[in-house]
Design a protein around this ligand. Structure first.
Ligand code: SF4
Length: 379
């Protein structure tokens, strides 16, 4: 099963921590949309009989799209690709960009999942992160989405902000759960290159939390959400039963995906060849390339069996577990016996469980996920 991703490269205002490609001026939206439709067209004979089971509008801020713009993209995708009747169709939604009418229109055209970027319910945090919405709008967005018929809602939160206390974060989690979403993504704040946040850190205006303190926040998150019935199915993701993100799950299972828009990247594997390619992260170059009838590619790589094996280990451990038998069938290696000893050590130390041939991280394992991945990748 494959996935489609669309990167909508506009935001009303950049958040200080964000390194996703987007620009603040959306006056070129029409040019972008024309180019996006051209790009979709160029892939019209690419996917053959492949069926797509998820469509994800990310960005940027896809909820800046007017309903008729979103509907135009969706209907074009349906005319070009074979899309499952029950496909998961997600729109990342910024609470500062939607009205009841817009959400109702999204729902009516077949969007069936919203991923709502709330980040925090505290005004001070939202101001620090330079979000365009306040806490009241965040709550209203979830309630309105539900009122117009969405029953698959995800909330994004960020923890370990420089001045955030553990009890403030716990209160955020409590408020999130009270809104009864089916899915919560909770990320530790990362200080990325080329963001206002890293400049603030370098100027000593803010201090990121030390790693051990951030780990305490992470532990609290895992405990809090698991105690309330959320399944911790990936490093940063928690879902009620039946509500895992099918789209992200496809990424983590190494399924094929095609992506459109500036900075988007795609992965496609067929007949034993695996390829990943990246679009240029510049809107005007993206548009001019497509105007010339060319794909707006920045780079591509062909993945070797060794690279695929490494990625399989990484993706499996970070999400639903690594099927060791299947790994060895797909990517035979003489390292298995060493890995097995390593796995037994990790079972003994309580970092993983190993059953039915599948290795899964425990909460203690998630806290040192990167280290475990390294140990199993290079035994
Ligand atoms: S709204 Fe989202 S994509 Fe846009 S700058 Fe903020 S975090 Fe980044």
């Amino acid at each position: 099963m494959a996935s489609l991703y669309l990167h909508i490269p506009f935001c009303e205002k950049k958040c200080i921590y964000c390194d996703f490609y987007s620009i603040e001026n959306s006056s070129t939206m029409d040019d972008f949309l024309r180019s996006l439709h051209r790009e979709i067209e160029l892939y019209s004979s690419f996917a053959g009989k492949e069926k797509f089971e998820t469509i994800f509008f990310g960005g940027g801020t896809p909820s800046l799209l007017k309903p008729e713009q979103l509907e135009g993209i969706l209907s074009h995708l349906h005319s070009v690709f074979t899309i499952e009747n029950d496909a998961e169709v997600t729109v990342e939604t910024n609470p500062g960009t939607v009205t009841r009418e817009k959400l109702a229109a999204y729902q009516a055209m077949g969007v069936n999942r919203l991923s709502i970027g709330i980040q925090s319910f505290r005004e001070r945090d939202l101001k620090f992160l330079s979000r365009i919405h306040d806490a009241h709008q965040a709550v209203e967005c979830v309630e309105t989405a539900r009122a117009v018929g969405f029953d698959n809602l995800s909330i994004d939160l960020i923890y370990a902000l420089p001045d955030q206390t553990m009890s403030e974060w716990e209160e955020n989690l409590r408020q999130a759960v009270l809104l009864e979403p089916n899915h919560i993504s909770a990320y530790g704040l990362i200080v990325e290159e080329n963001t206002p946040l890293i400049r603030m850190v370098r100027a000593k205006l803010v201090s990121p939390k030390p790693a051990d303190e951030e780990a305490e926040f992470y532990k609290l998150t895992m405990d809090f959400l698991q105690e309330r019935g959320f399944d911790h199915y990936e490093v940063s993701n928690y879902a009620r039963e039946g509500f895992r993100s099918r789209h992200n799950y496809n990424y983590w299972r190494h399924e094929n995906y095609l992506s459109f828009g500036p900075s988007a990247h795609s992965f496609w594997r067929e007949h034993g060849n695996a390829r990943r390619w990246f679009n240029i992260a510049n809107l005007s170059h993206y548009c001019s390339s497509l105007l010339d009838g060319k794909l707006p590619l920045l780079n591509e790589e062909h993945l070797t069996p060794d690279q695929l094996r490494t990625e399989r280990i990484l993706l499996g451990l970070r999400s639903d577990g690594l099927d060791i038998g299947k790994l060895e069938i797909d990517f035979p290696s003489n390292r298995l016996h060493v890995a097995e000893q390593e796995i037994m050590n990790l079972v003994d130390s309580g970092h993983v469980v190993f059953s039915d041939g599948v290795v899964r991280l425990t909460s203690a394992g998630y806290l040192v996920c990167d280290e475990i991945c390294m140990r199993l990748m290079t035994p």
